[in-house]
Every structure is written in C-alpha cells, then in structure tokens.
Design a protein around this ligand. Structure first.
Ligand SMILES: [Zn+2]
Length: 463
C-alpha cells in the first residue's frame, strides 16, 4: 500500500482504478445529515473538503456514510493537515447540484469517499508534507484579484448579494454565540472585524463550525486573510455592508503574496504604534458618569476576572512620564488617510498601500504618551495618554509643547511625576499585551488631598 505512488490531481480521470491522491486540506465543511430516501427513518451523513497538491490544482472531496463513519472521519483531520485518499471515486462535476455549494476548483472532477471503498488518513510521509504545506498559503484565486475594504464600502449597495475576493487584516475576533434554531438544530455564529489601510473596521460573519475553529486560532492585528468568494450583503440593521463566509468560500491565512505582505507590515506597524486605538474611543462613556474607585491591583484583578471593557477611577502616583525625551516619543504625526506614522520632515506617506498617495498628503499631529501609574498595591504599566486628554492634562497644545525648551519640559514633567493624581481610566483586557491589560486614560488631574484620604480609608475598609 505504501509503495503505491500518488496520482497528481491534475492527472485524475474517471478511468483510473484504485487511485491514491495526496493533498493539503485548504477548506472543509461541517457535517450535515439528510433523510435517506431509500431507507425511511434513516439519515445519511456527509461533509466536504478541498485538497490541493500544486499551486494550480485543487479538487473537492465529498464523503458520505452513516453518522459514526462521517463524524469520525471529519474529526480525524483539520484544515491545514495533509491527507492521503485511497481509492476514491472520480466523478465528473455537477455544477447544477453538488458542486453548486462547493468551492470553485480548476479540476473537471470531484472525488467521492465512501466507507466500503475508500480510506482517508493523515499523511505521515514527511517529504510529501513538506512539499504540500506551503500550498496552504497560496490564494485559490488570482492574488491580485481582490477588493480592498475601501472598495467594498465605496461600492456600497451595488455589491449587495455579490461574491467577491477580499484581502484584509484581522482586527478583532468576537465571542462565539451559540443558539438553537426554531426547528431544534444547534447553530453558532462568530463575528470578526477586518481592517486595512482604507477602512478601520469591517464585519465578517462566520456560521460554519470548521471556519470558526480556524478563525479562533488567528492572532488579531498580526494576521492577513485572502478570502476567496465571500458573500457581500447590505445589512439594514447596521446600515452598512458585511461579508459572510459560506460553503463556497476558501480562506487563505497569511497569503504568500506581495500585496498580503505589504498589508501585514502595515497592520503590524499601525497596531504596535497605537494607530487603531482612536476608533475604540467612540464607545466611551462621559467621564462624569464614572464613579467606581479602584486600587491598581483591583483594576488588574477585575480585568482578569471579567474579560470585558470597564471604566473606573484610581488615585495613583504617576511613576513614569517621559516628557523630556525626544519630542517624537511624545507627539506623533500620522497620515490622516491610513494612520501610518510619518516623520515631521516627510511630506508624503511611506505606507506603500496608502490609497491616493498622489492625491496630496495630509497629516494629523497628536500627543501619544505611555505613562505608568503606581499606588500601594502595584503599578499599571504603559497606560496610553493621548490627545485630546493629554492636552487637558498637561495644559498645553502639541504646538505649544514643541516650542518648549528642555528645561520647561522637565519642569512640566515634575509638576506631575510622583504626584498623586485622580485618573479616570478605560480598561480593556488584552490578549496581545504582555501585561494582559490595556489602559486608556480618559482624564487625569492632580488629586485633591482631602478626597484621596476619604477614598483611601473607604478602600482600606473594603479590603
Ligand atoms: Zn497613508
């Protein structure tokens, strides 16, 4: 059996007997069941997957059988695994029926797998695996044939109902929502927010368990997706466009293409320098409505326990405030269009993906500080203090700040450093930060000593 060589997908033909095929799994559907027309009261089970063995060739495989066989087979491999298929039936494609709901493939055929005839197992031959694995990073469509999120938004309702390819980065992965349909079937839904240099947030909805499993392994802000054949719809509830993954969609994670690698660099740069943070401010509550007081360790504990955004006040000392380091560390200038960092001298955006670079350059200058807060219970590191909160706190504009002498900056720093402040914070649990918690300062001012005393004794009593 092991001696039998594999036939490449491009050479497959219905006349072959006992073919053996190998390929990397690039797509996979959930198991579904249908009533068997020949056996009343019995259900037949099926699922599909797509395998690829060369840059240009991939083929759909459908497995049929009873519940035990199909569920067992489906759980024996995942997207990204290399599989061998022994003795499948090679059938012509049927574009009106089965293949209507499967991904588009270049092959004229599809493979059928049945328990009595065929065998599917995860490939253990290392040289085959080494040869196949890189194929998982090649988009299944022309790598230049895609819509940017800006294209989708610009086309708007014209794209309603259409099927397109998308290249975008993952910004945020939502929580899995489980539900039961009116006819008693269990369902699930996962929403992902995509971004690129033209649109900061765009929804992608997944319903399939296999897709959701794949998505849940991705690292937000460090992953680029080529989504082949995503369905675009106008969502009247949100009054905007959404993309949906369906049974014809194939997602390529971190595609090995020039466009994807440019987008990857952009995503990493803009998220590491905090360029995506501004948009998260939109859901902020008015500072006056924040009343809960916490110590530093209570803030950390609550972030860990709840895994949800919350707001609070802490009376802490500013233990790090680098106002007298180079101005470029205090004030940052970004391209207005794509949020990429630019240096003051630059009169253009250096992000090669930035759209309309030739349409004239405009930039926004803002405070972008990282500060530490300390009280008797611990320290909150790298809290983000940005415009316009920073202007209010420091009492000067970015323009005024750039004109200060070194001595004046040092004086300004010591007005706050090691002083007890009343700090309004927004806390975001974070899986990408080393500290597991992201702190955004909403307001900060020197604290009234009487007020501090009152709150400290209240906190002590609570402990
Ligand atoms: Zn730009």
């Amino acid at each position: 059996m092991a001696a039998q060589t594999c036939i490449s997908i491009s050479e497959l033909h219905p006349n072959f007997c006992h073919p053996k095929v190998a390929g990397v799994v690039i797509g996979k559907s959930d198991v579904r069941s249908f009533p068997d027309r020949k056996n009343i009261g019995v259900d037949r089970y099926t699922f599909g997957f797509t395998i690829r063995d060369s840059p240009n060739f991939f083929i759909n495989v459908t497995a049929w059988g009873n519940s035990g066989y199909i569920n067992g087979l489906s759980s024996s491999f995942n997207i990204g695994d290399c599989v061998n298929i022994q003795n499948p039936l090679v059938a012509s494609k049927d574009p009106e029926k089965a293949d209507k709901f499967s991904p588009e493939t270049p092959s004229l055929y599809r493979l059928m797998v049945m328990e009595a005839h065929s065998q599917v197992y995860v490939c253990a031959e290392m040289d085959t695996v080494d040869r196949m694995l890189p194929l998982i990073h090649l988009p299944v469509k022309d790598s230049r044939d895609f819509y940017s999120l800006g294209d989708i938004v610009a086309n708007g309702q014209k794209l309603n109902g259409s099927v397109i390819n998308i290249l975008a980065a993952v910004r945020w992965i939502g929580e899995l929502k489980q539900f039961t349909t009116s006819d008693g079937r269990k369902g699930q839904r996962l929403e992902v927010k995509l971004f690129d240099d033209s649109v900061p947030s765009f929804p992608l909805v997944c319903w399939d368990r296999e897709t959701i499993q794949l998505i849940q392994t991705l690292i937000p802000k460090e992953t680029v997706l080529f989504i082949a054949d995503a369905k675009i719809n106008f969502d009247s509830f949100r009054n905007g466009m959404t993309a949906t993954v369906n049974s014809k969609t194939i997602i390529t994670v971190n595609p090995d293409t020039r466009e994807a690698s440019l987008l990857f660099s952009y995503a990493k740069e803009v998220s590491e320098t905090g360029g995506l943070d501004e948009d998260e401010k939109t859901e902020d509550v008015p500072v006056e409505s924040i009343t809960d007081v916490y110590t530093v360790s209570q803030l950390k504990q609550k972030a860990q326990d709840d895994q949800d955004v919350f707001f609070g006040i802490t009376y802490s000392f500013i233990s790090k405030l680098d106002l007298d380091s180079s101005v470029s560390k205090v004030i940052r200038t970004r391209c207005t269009r794509c949020k990429f960092l630019v240096t003051e001298e630059m009169q253009s955006c250096s992000n090669p993906l930035c759209q309309g670079r030739d349409q004239g350059f405009s930039s926004t200058t803002a405070f972008d500080l990282l500060v530490d807060f300390t009280d008797h219970t611990g320290t909150l590191h790298t809290c983000s203090l940005k415009s316009p909160v920073a202007e209010k706190t420091l009492g000067c504009t970015t323009e005024e700040f750039t004109r200060l002498t070194d001595d004046e900056r040092t004086t300004m720093k010591w007005k706050f450093l090691l002083e007890r402040c009343k700090i309004y914070v927004k806390i975001l649990p974070s899986n990408t930060m080393r500290t597991k918690i992201r702190v955004v300062v909403l307001a900060c001012s020197l604290a009234d000593p009487g007020e501090v005393k009152q709150h400290m004794s209240a906190l002590q009593q609570r402990l």
